[in-house]
Design a protein around this ligand. Structure first.
Ligand SMILES: [Zn+2]
Length: 70
């Protein structure tokens, strides 16, 4: 289990990147939103979608590669 965050800002594909708390590319504090304590990136993204009503989330290439769609 890890804490997951998403970037408040969207990337060049219009997605909010999702990171685990131990990622080297975790956005700085003002630029990230806590999703919660989740078992994996898939679960974190599902929760972010539920919480925000948005669908544009993508896993970080470095920490959440199994959820990274490009
Ligand atoms: Zn990351």
């Amino acid at each position: 289990m890890k804490y997951y965050y998403y970037n408040k800002n969207t990337d060049n594909k219009g997605n909010h990147e999702v990171h685990s708390s131990d990622c080297n590319y975790l956005p700085s504090d003002p630029n990230r939103v806590l999703i919660g304590y989740e078992v994996d990136c898939k679960s974190a993204i599902a929760r972010a979608k539920r919480d925000t009503g948005k669908t544009n989330f993508d896993g970080c290439y470095y920490c959440s590669r199994t959820c990274h769609t490009g």
